[in-house]
Design a protein around this ligand. Sequence first.
Ligand code: PLP
Length: 492
Amino acid sequence: MTEQTKHTAPLPFLQLERESGTPLYLQLIQQLRRMIRNGGIKPGQKLPSTRWMKEHHGIARSTLVAAYEQLDSEGYLQSRTGAGTFVNPEFPGLRPGASSPAKNNRLPNLSRRGKAAAEGLDPSYFEPPQVRPFIANIPAIDLFPHKIWGRIENRIRNRLDSAMMAYGQPGGYPPLRAAIADYVLNRRGLKCSPDQVIITNGSQQSLNLIAALLVDPGEKVLMEDPSSPVVRLSFQAQGGSVVPVRVSGTGAAVPPEGPDSAGARLAYLTPSCQYPLGAVMPIAQRLEWMDWAARTDAWLIEDDLDNEFVFGGRPDPAIYCDDHQARTIYVSSFNNALFPSLRLGFIIAPPVLAKPLMALSAITDRGPNTWLQAVLAEFIEQGHLSSHIRRMHSAYSRRRKAMLSSFARISSPLVELRQNTSGLRVIANLREDIRDMDVLGALGANGLSAYALSYYCMERQDLNGLLLGFGCTHEDDIPAAVEKLCACLATA
Ligand SMILES: Cc1ncc(COP(=O)(O)O)c(C=O)c1O
């Protein structure tokens, strides 16, 4: 322990699980944050150096740098050039010995659902990522039509009447439900009655409601592997037991009958643009899923994420449109097309599930904010959503082109792009000797934010790449960002 002094926190509490699905840098962030808040590491205390951490905990320098930087940006830590990294003594709420770690760390007696949620992840996982090059899941908020939105918002605010200010209707604000029924008919050829539309706070809530309605604790949910970790957490937090279904070049296929999938209640699919790999599911495979659902008395969730942003061609019709047995629950969101903190999305439910979902949504939170729904309803009715999506489509085409041509120009032997035709991201497969999780720290230190593809995997070990979003970065800034990324990979 050559360089340890009595002022340096030795971090004996670190328990990193290399086999767990959570990347090491996230585990580090979560555990350090908890210890700082609990007083396990004191304000002003110095944290061990990267060399010490490598020797004692086998943590790569880049992983530790990424964790320290994140905690620095959150205000927990302070880096002092030449001196090291310290717990920020000014961080609000930190007082020496403020609380007893023993008391704070013990989980109270929670329900099985509560435990699944509390042990599944630390809420810090949902802390907002920085909006900077390559961050996926953030649209072009720089192009949001603030003036139009603001004008509608002002008008609605000025005519807030008692109906708008009292409790909202179950299922959502009726004009918005009607506008959505029209919108999906025009955009996706999807026919439904406004009574089947349930407005939610976004897809995340839609998935929670659906799982709560259909899945008892311990029951199986089939999920594409790889897929979104936050979606998986929704099902697990509702008690579902997630069964991975391997994604191929055509998305996920119905698994062979057997003990793994027997009795599954739900299958979660992203057929128009597999998330995150981008595969488009062919019609025959979709029909097999519909047949599976009808045969096994199960349900399909069709998450139609990214259907607005298909490059070169039109999106295939939604599964919902062809499902004559009405086993498909359609989920979509405005958070991707407009902005993520809007928190408005919707479910289009088969008629038999509409009322139970409305009841559950009313019990859960009495539905989203009515006047925000009214703003969105006018925005759609007046055609602004369609024109915004058209503008976004051309902006994203430019940004995507800049991304593809920058990689083509640099032609780095370390990355190979997987060409998706839809969605606001590309996948960069990495050369085998560069592990995706290990480069995140270096990217972060260079002002870039990417997600590691292996983090989206459940059982698979064969994927090693980066999800590189282009939605929120202007095309003029993309070439320099790609150069920086390739330079980081070259020194990884
Ligand atoms: C595949 C997928 N579906 C749904 C969601 C949640 O979307 P929303 O912001 O509407 O809750 C996410 C969020 O990242 C996602 O990755």
